[in-house]
Design a protein around this ligand. Structure first.
Ligand code: F1P
Length: 503
């Protein structure tokens, strides 16, 4: 493969884009040769800032996806494009696949998702004559001629979890890593890659899974600690090294749109900050506090005010500079004893005869699973989840808007129209919706709109009453539960001036 003429591009939105970035970074590191152009590149909707903050509006724009792909492939003769959309739904990715299908002389498109094609999203897309399902079906048609490929094992828990960060990120990583590593073995080491090699990698991931969850007692203790911290309005800090630092940053940043968390409830830091990330756009720290990510930044800005209630979690492996790890741990210990570590060593993962698989990739996967469990469990303990639904999600694009309406319908049994109206009332902060308050511009909203709408519908109350009810119950789950139990008697919300504060 000549990097002057050829390129592999992995692209996705949100979690899928972050996994694309992680895979590309590791792969380029593995194959890097002096003065050689990189073989692999990533695209994330919203650009590099989307790696640390949720930038979900660009996901809705198929033309933007196509333009970004066209730009990074300029001058290339052969491009393997992998569009990742776990729910087979992101318009940004659909636009890219459509672009590839129109230029099959250059592009070999691959769609990776975890839905059957007949369940791909069929909602109209912004300024576009086709929808995601159309594109997926065209991909299937081209697959017959081996011009395109659809990888869609049906697994994961999007429908249950309401969030793709726990749905497809790990499977995306396992599948694409296997493909990239197989390609590497074949192209650079002259090895014959058999289906057995590939399934050995999948089996290896299963063993990582078993090893990780064999520590469920320790994990439960960490979840408990992190939950207590969040309930006390304290913080959880992940201090990671190398790609484990990226895993920490990713997990932390996803708590904001998934659980309605503040950006500093759970925060990640990585050694050497953006230099270690090696992202295309370089140092983004000028964008604001969410983008301040180096260990040194942690020491300068957080450590001086660290309290015993904050949980510190170090993420490292035997390959990291253990003197550096110890030195930082000593500094932290002077302020708190609430210090924990997920540390990987070789003994723990002795998986026989799988040549293709590097230890680091297994450690990344294991760390991802641990952190997903810790941050999710902590938010459950904080009351951000009601009957397994992450109801305090941010409504920041069309998919999440639909998801919010579905959640409202599920809990209230009301019609789609009623639920949409309540959501719009919460979004526009009004009880009187005007004709032109369509859904066109609603995604920018970030307040607790779903719980507010839920309370309004269930209790037949005004916006102000619903907000007051939520203010009286700082724990979202309690607010919603109270609403459901009291609404059996309907008028549970007293007039505003007679409501007493919660004890
Ligand atoms: C992409 C994504 C998710 C995010 C949210 C919005 O999903 O950005 O990562 O959590 O659900 O969509 P997908 O295209 O991979 O299904």
């Amino acid at each position: 493969m000549d990097p002057e003429e050829s390129l592999i591009v992995l692209s996705g939105c949100g979690t899928s884009g972050r996994i694309a970035f992680l895979l590309v970074t590791s792969f380029n590191e593995m194959v890097k040769a002096p003065k050689q152009k990189q073989i692999c590149s990533y695209i994330i909707a919203g650009g590099d800032r989307a790696m640390l903050t949720s930038q979900e509006a660009p996901e809705d724009d198929p033309a933007l996806g196509a333009r970004m792909l066209d730009k990074i492939c300029a001058g290339k003769k052969h491009v393997l494009f992998v569009g990742i959309s776990c729910g087979m739904s992101a318009p940004f990715v659909a636009g890219q696949l459509d672009f590839c299908l129109k230029h099959l002389d250059v592009f070999t498109p691959v769609l990776l998702g975890f839905n059957p094609v007949h369940m791909a999203r069929s909602e109209p897309m912004q300024d576009c004559s086709f929808h995601f399902k159309d594109v997926a079906e065209r991909m299937i048609a081209e697959q017959r001629h081996k011009k395109a490929f659809v990888l869609n094992p049906v697994l994961g828990a999007e429908a249950i979890s309401g969030s793709s960060r726990m749905k497809g990120g790990s499977a995306t990583k396992i599948i694409l890593e296997s493909i990239l590593l197989a390609g590497h073995e074949a192209a650079f080491r002259g090895k014959r890659v058999t289906p057995e090699c590939i399934s050995a990698w999948i089996t290896a991931s299963e063993m990582v899974y078993e090893t990780t969850y064999s520590h469920s007692d320790e994990l439960a203790a960490l979840i408990h600690q992190a939950g207590e911290s969040l309930q006390m309005k304290a913080h959880v800090y992940y201090i990671g090294w190398q790609t484990l630092g990226i895993i920490g940053l990713t997990d932390a940043s996803e708590c904001v749109p998934t659980f309605g968390a503040d950006f500093d409830d759970i925060r990640g830091f990585i050694n050497n900050g953006f230099r270690e990330m090696k992202n295309k756009e370089g140092d983004l720290s000028f964008l604001g506090p969410e983008f301040v990510i180096g260990h040194k930044d942690f020491v300068d800005t957080i450590l001086p005010s660290l309290s015993q209630n904050d949980v510190m979690l170090f993420l490292f492996t035997v390959n990291d500079d253990l003197h550096e790890v110890t030195a930082l741990a000593d500094q932290v210990r002077r302020r708190t004893s609430n210090l924990h570590a997920i540390a990987h060593d070789l003994e723990k993962f002795t998986i026989p005869v799988i040549v293709m698989v590097s230890h680091l990739q297994r450690w990344e996967l294991s760390t991802k699973w641990c952190l997903n469990a810790i941050s999710t469990g902590a938010h459950v303990l904080k009351g951000k989840v009601y009957m397994n639904y992450m109801i305090d999600l941010r409504v920041t694009n069309s998919k999440l808007y639909r998801r919010a309406i579905n959640i409202l319908q599920r809990f209230t049994g009301c019609s789609k129209g009623e639920c949409e109206r309540a959501l719009l009332r919460a979004i526009y902060s009004t009880d009187d919706l005007s004709e032109d308050m369509t859904s066109a511009d609603v995604w920018k909203h970030t307040d607790v709109v779903v719980p507010t709408a839920l309370v309004m519908i269930q209790c037949g109350c005004t916006l102000a009453e619903a907000r007051h009810h939520l203010d009286c119950h700082p724990v979202i789950r309690d607010a919603v539960s109270a609403c459901f139990s009291s609404s059996k008697t309907k008028n549970f919300i007293k007039p505003l001036d007679s409501v007493e504060a919660e004890p």
